[in-house]
Design a binder for this molecule. Structure first.
Ligand code: NAP
Length: 297
């Protein structure tokens, strides 16, 4: 397939490299005009990719969006008109709400949503490291996307395991709620994920999860609060030495994805007039930290 990666950072470069190795024609669409872009993956040799090549973009069969959630609208809107109407667009980022913001421009196109637990790190401009073996779930956002189940097989050959999920919204909500619990707390407490397993955080985690699950129910997503809390604790334990992505963003003074994680829950809570005090407090704390940078730097 002709595949373009929009937002070739850590995770996008990992996908680009593995898809190239699997025999696909892969190009990048990064922020900077330099072309070609060259990088290695782990111990594998340097590969060269076309970047910001309009011809590649116009002829791509699959566009994989691996931007940070808050970058999606600004990056995708201007290139949509260059894409063929049949190009499949796969959104593969943390958080929710980006597709809704572009709904009017996307509803006539095949759109897929996905989530991945792979870990990737850009060590230098030309070196990508696959830091954690994970799995990827993808599914349809709209009826045209429903006809694109073969994409799971295509990706599975390159970066297994990739599974098609019939109810991807439910999977994304589960991931979102795990992120609501682990990300802002580890960022504000300045701690590794494992810290949250301690009993002193149990009631706060439980409240965060229950508030978010209540919001999910308004979207016809039925999730069990107790099972979700258990999943949060299992993930925190399994990744106990990791710093969450939001912790890393805040620590490095980079804009976090809070608007598309906790912020997504708050938007729904506001719409349905639901009280979500724990999530609202964490949202405010992260926003205050982010605002303090521009005041002091
Ligand atoms: N890294 C992981 O291990 C991992 C794992 C699971 C999920 N995720 C999720 O995957 C998403 C991407 O994460 P990441 O770690 O790969 O982030 P990242 O390294 O920051 O990648 C984002 C890339 O998008 C580029 N970009 C920004 N604006 C752009 C624009 N207008 N046009 C084209 N490219 C643009 C950035 O370029 P600049 O650097 O020049 O700004 C960067 O190369 C996030 O939602 C993250 O939460 C990441």
């Amino acid at each position: 397939m002709n595949i373009t990666i929009l937002g070739p950072g850590a995770i996008g470069s990992l996908y680009a490299y593995r898809l190239n190795q699997a025999g696909h024609s892969v190009s990048l669409w990064g922020r900077h005009p330099a072309s070609p872009v060259e990088f290695s993956l782990d111990e594998c040799p340097v590969l060269s990719f076309a970047n910001r090549d309009r011809h590649c973009l116009q002829h791509c069969d699959l566009l994989i969006v691996t931007l940070k959630a808050w970058q999606v609208e600004a990056a995708l809107s201007p290139i949509l008109e260059m894409l063929h109407q049949d190009t499949i667009i796969l959104f593969l980022h943390n958080g929710m709400g980006t597709v809704e913001r572009l709904q009017a421009q996307l509803h006539n196109r095949p759109v897929l949503l996905g989530t991945t637990t792979h870990g990737a790190l850009r060590v230098t401009a030309n070196e990508i490291r696959h830091t954690g073996q994970g799995q990827t779930l993808i599914g349809a956002w709209n009826p045209l996307g429903q006809q694109c189940q073969f994409v799971a097989e295509v990706l599975d050959h390159a970066i297994a395991p990739v599974k098609w999920h019939e109810d991807i919204r439910s999977a994304l909500w589960t991931k979102l709620i795990i992120n609501c619990a682990i990300n802002p707390l580890t960022a504000t407490l300045d701690c590794q994920n494992g810290q949250l397993v301690h009993s002193q955080y149990r009631s706060q985690l439980s409240a965060i999860v229950s508030e978010a699950a209540m919001c999910a129910r308004t979207q016809t997503i039925e999730l069990d609060d107790k099972a979700l809390l258990q999943t949060v604790l299992t993930v925190a334990k399994a990744t106990e030495e990791n710093y969450s992505s939001m912790h890393q963003d805040i620590y490095n003074k980079r804009q976090s994805e809070i608007d598309f994680i906790t912020g997504y829950v708050l938007d729904i809570a506001q719409k349905y007039q639901l009280a979500v005090p724990q999530n609202a407090a964490l949202f405010q704390q992260i926003k205050q930290i982010e605002a303090s940078w521009s005041q002091h730097d």
